[in-house]
Design a protein around this ligand. Structure first.
Ligand SMILES: *Cc1c(COP(=O)(O)O)cnc(C)c1O
Length: 380
């Protein structure tokens, strides 16, 4: 990734803030434009569920709408209500289906009907409201999660000759799109194509961030990226035409020398093998640093970065604190300079993918687990 990072003005962080999360909303919009250009003439929607993957729907949705995005996907009815306020002119689809038909209608949101019960709830609601309201239909092509099964879809098609609602989109979701070599991608596409052909003329959508990278045959009429908008490289090895948008830094509260043979942190899981310089940083699992990134004698953990130099997390990650071995980073800095005040958690030296991998998870979870205690700024 050769992106020029907008530097975060750490000197301007309020003294009482233990850390800062900087989100480049301009880049979220730029990422959407790059993906939209890649898939044209297909339409590029934006998935903004879970508060825009933790980055802040209140900033992401207006930025995306201004960039030209017309279709949004959220998971819950409450998220739909928020998105409606932020993007009054857009189409908003609710992935979790018809939990509350009247509420969805009141915010002009469209449910994704993904179960026969969804279909009948929306059918009855439209009947009693006397209006053919729009909805999407999700069909299952192998994920065995949401979506009508092949038998349920057969029943839907034969019963639905004169639909009582407006079927605006037919969609499905891929299981293995992060592996371009997986034969499952093409199997699911074939099943989707067959289903789509039975609903003639309805716009179709199959691909999310990584499905979109599988190329034109997967684009259909509309693509639904989420993660890529937020700078994520879901596709193994990268290649999505997007730039990272998130930086997170935490204050270094203390730096101390720990002699040979002592332990650091709860349960004494990490012991010095020589004299080490240990930084205690004001970030913990309450801020989104995974406890699974703890470093022990038995298992290396994650990293923080000082001056762009990676420093291993040593000892247990606790609720509010992380300890890291900064011996080498400080040696590079030299004796004369002031001690460092900030540790990078996510940014130029630590991608969300790298942070996730070191904690046994994925960048998606890194984003959505960001805590609420840090100072937040939107740049760009
Ligand atoms: C979350 C979600 C997406 C977006 O997935 P990304 O991998 O973040 O792009 C698209 N479609 C459905 C059905 C989803 O649940």
């Amino acid at each position: 990734m050769t992106a020029a990072w907008v530097p975060v003005d750490l000197a301007a962080v309020p003294a009482r803030a233990t850390g800062i999360i900087a989100v480049d909303a301009g880049r979220i919009a730029a990422n959407w434009r790059a993906l939209a250009a890649q898939v044209a003439p297909a339409e590029c929607a934006a998935v903004v569920k879970a508060d825009a993957y933790g980055l802040g729907a209140s900033r992401a949705v207006p930025a995306l709408a201004q960039a030209g995005c017309r279709t949004f996907f959220v998971a819950t009815p409450d998220e739909a209500e928020q998105a409606r306020k932020l993007a009054p002119q857009s189409e908003i689809y609710v992935l979790d289906g018809v939990l509350d038909a009247a509420f969805l209608a009141s915010v002009s949101a469209r449910p994704v009907l993904a179960d026969p019960s969804d279909v009948s709830l929306w059918t009855h609601f439209c009947g009693s409201a006397g209006a053919k309201l729009p909805a999407a239909l999700q069909i299952d092509t192998g994920l065995n999660r949401r979506g009508l099964s092949p038998t349920q879809f057969d029943a839907f098609v034969s019963r639905n000759t004169k639909s009582s609602f407006d079927l605006a989109l037919v969609m499905s979701h891929l299981a293995c799109a992060d592996d371009p070599a997986s034969p499952m991608n093409w199997k699911q596409r074939e099943a989707f194509l067959a289903g789509h052909q039975r609903l003639q003329g309805i716009p179709a959508s199959l691909a999310a961030s990584d499905g979109l990278m599988l190329g034109k045959p997967f684009h259909f009429d509309l693509v639904r990226p989420g993660y890529a908008l937020y700078g994520g490289q879901a596709f193994g090895g990268g290649g999505a035409p997007v730039e990272p948008v998130l930086q997170a830094y935490a204050r270094i509260l203390q730096i101390r020398t720990v002699p040979y043979g002592e332990t650091v942190g709860y349960s004494a899981t990490w012991r010095t093998k020589s004299t080490r310089t240990i930084a205690t940083i004001a970030a913990g699992y309450a801020d989104g640093v995974f406890r699974h990134a703890s470093g022990s004698d038995d298992k290396a953990g994650g990293f923080i970065a000082v001056d762009g130099h990676l420093c291993p997390i040593v000892g247990r990650v606790s609720m509010d604190l992380v300890t890291a071995d900064v011996t080498d980073a400080l040696a590079r800095r030299g004796e004369a300079t002031e001690p460092p005040q900030w540790a990078e958690l996510i940014g130029p030296s630590l991608t969300i993918e790298a942070v996730g991998a070191r904690a046994g998870t994925i960048g998606y979870e890194v984003l959505t687990r960001l805590g609420r205690r840090f100072h937040r700024v939107y740049i760009g």
